[in-house]
Write a protein that binds this ligand. Structure first.
Ligand SMILES: *Cc1c(COP(=O)(O)O)cnc(C)c1O
Length: 373
C-alpha cells in the first residue's frame, strides 16, 4: 500500500531514504548525536550564506513554536513588532505577539497583494516605537511571495530589525545573508527541506542574539538559553527530537546531492508550471496573479458548480491517492495544491489525473470551464 501523495504546504511527502534514516535510536547525550546536531546547524547556515554573520538555533516543536520563540527572544519586553499582514500566517504572527503581552502594530494588505515597501517606510516613520518588523516570506495561506530584499532594505534604512518567517520558502527561495540584513529567519524541517515534522530552527544574527538575554517570557522557548546550552554542552535543552534530526540530516544530504537551493527551486518551479497548465486545461482559475505567485503552493478558485463542496472533492481525490488542502480565505471559495515535497513531474501528473477524475465523477467539470475538451 502506497501512502497518498501530499499536495499540501507541509508536512509533505518525504522519500524512503529520509524515512529510513529514522530507524535508529540516538542517545541525546551521546557524542554521535551532538555531532549530528552540529552538522545540521552548520549546513542550515550555509544554505543562507550566513555562517559568518548568524548562528543556527534549533528548537523542538512545530513551526509556530519557533516563530513564537524567535519573537519572544529577540523582541525586548518593551519593544514593539510591526507585522506585515497579507494572509493568515501574518495574522498569526501578530496574534502570538499579543498573547505574549507585547506591543504590536499591523500593516495590512489584501490577501492577493504583496507588501508595499513604500507603505512600510511610511508606517515605520509614523511608528517610531516599532523596534522590529515581522514578515512572512511566502504567505502559505495563498502562495504569495513578498518582496523580501526590498523590505529588508527599508527596514535596515529605518534602523529597525527584521524577523522573517520563511517557513514555507527556506531551502527553495534564495536567501543570501551577505546581501540581505535580517536579525532572524525562521523555518522548519518539514517544508522545502523535505524532512519530517517536529523541529524548526532560527538563523539569528550573532549580535542580536547576544543582546537578547532575559527577553524571553518562556523557559522552553528561550533561544538565548537554548543556544548558550548548545554552545556549552553540544546538547539541546530538554529532550531533542532525535529521529527528526536524523531525518533532517538525511534530507540535507539529499538536498546537497540534488544541487542545493537552485535545484530545489527549479524542481518546484517545474512542478508549479505543470500544475498551472493542468488547471488551465481543466478550466480552473488561480487566485493569484503570476507575478506574485511563489512556486510553493497554488490557490485555486473552486469550480463554479452549485453543489460544490470541498469535502466531496477532497474525498474523491483522496480515493485516487492524493491529498489536497482546503483554502484559507474567508471571502472566496478556494482550495490549495502544493508544489513542494519529494514530488516530481510524474507525481504531479498523477495528481492532475486524480483531480480530473474527481471533478468528472462529481460533475464539477462542465461548470469550471468554457474551453475544456
Ligand atoms: C507552515 C508554516 C508555519 C508553521 O506552521 P505549523 O503548523 O506551526 O508548523 C508558519 N508560517 C508559515 C508561513 C508556514 O507556511
Amino acid at each position: 500500500m502506497r501512502d497518498p501523495l501530499l499536495l499540501t504546504p507541509g508536512p509533505l511527502t518525504t522519500n524512503l531514504i529520509t524515512k529510513t534514516a529514522m530507524l535508529r535510536d540516538w542517545g541525546s547525550w551521546d557524542g554521535a548525536f551532538n555531532e549530528l546536531t552540529a552538522s545540521v546547524c552548520a549546513d542550515l547556515l550555509k544554505i543562507a550564506h550566513a555562517q559568518d554573520s548568524h548562528v543556527c538555533v534549533p528548537l523542538q516543536g512545530s513551526g509556530t513554536f519557533v516563530v513564537e520563540a524567535a519573537i519572544g527572544t529577540l523582541l525586548p519586553r518593551d519593544g514593539c513588532l510591526l507585522v506585515l499582514v497579507n494572509g493568515a500566517y501574518g495574522e498569526r504572527m501578530a496574534q502570538l505577539v499579543e498573547v505574549m503581552g507585547r506591543r504590536v502594530v499591523r500593516l495590512a494588505f489584501a490577501d492577493n497583494e504583496p507588501v508595499c515597501p513604500a507603505r512600510l517606510a511610511a508606517c515605520l516613520a509614523e511608528h517610531p516605537q516599532c523596534s522590529h518588523v515581522g514578515l512572512i516570506h511566502c504567505e502559505t495561506s495563498t502562495g504569495l511571495l513578498n518582496p523580501l530584499q526590498q523590505i529588508a532594505e527599508v527596514v535596515a534604512a529605518a534602523g529597525r530589525e527584521l524577523i522573517i518567517d520563511s517557513m514555507s520558502g527556506f531551502g527553495a527561495l534564495p536567501v543570501d545573508a551577505r546581501q540581505l540584513r535580517f536579525a532572524a529567519l525562521v523555518s522548519s524541517a518539514n517544508k522545502c527541506l523535505e524532512g519530517v515534522p517536529g523541529m524548526g530552527f532560527v538563523l539569528v544574527e550573532r549580535q542580536a542574539l547576544a543582546r537578547s538575554q532575559g527577553n524571553s517570557h518562556s523557559l522552553s522557548l528561550d533561544l538565548f538559553d537554548q543556544h548558550a546550552y548548545l554552545q556549552r554542552t553540544g546538547q539541546w535543552r530538554y529532550t531533542p527530537p532525535t529521529h527528526v534530526v536524523a531525518a533532517l540530516r538525511s534530507a540535507l544530504d539529499q538536498y546537497q546531492a540534488e544541487g542545493g537551493q537552485p535545484a530545489r527551486l527549479a524542481r518546484y518551479r517545474a512542478n508549479c508550471e505543470r500544475l498551472m497548465r493542468g488547471f488551465d486545461r481543466l478550466g480552473l482559475k488561480l487566485y493569484l496573479d503570476d507575478a506574485v505567485q511563489a512556486p510553493i503552493i497554488l490557490t485555486v478558485h473552486a469550480p463554479a458548480h452549485p453543489a460544490y463542496r470541498f469535502t466531496d472533492l477532497y474525498h474523491a481525490v483522496r480515493e485516487r491517492g492524493c491529498i489536497l488542502y482546503p483554502g484559507k480565505l474567508t471571502r472566496v471559495e478556494t482550495f490549495r495544491v502544493g508544489c513542494i515535497g519529494a514530488l516530481d513531474l510524474a507525481e504531479i501528473d498523477q495528481a492532475l489525473a486524480a483531480l480530473e477524475g474527481a471533478l468528472r465523477e462529481l460533475g464539477y467539470l462542465e461548470h469550471s470551464s468554457e474551453h475544456h475538451a
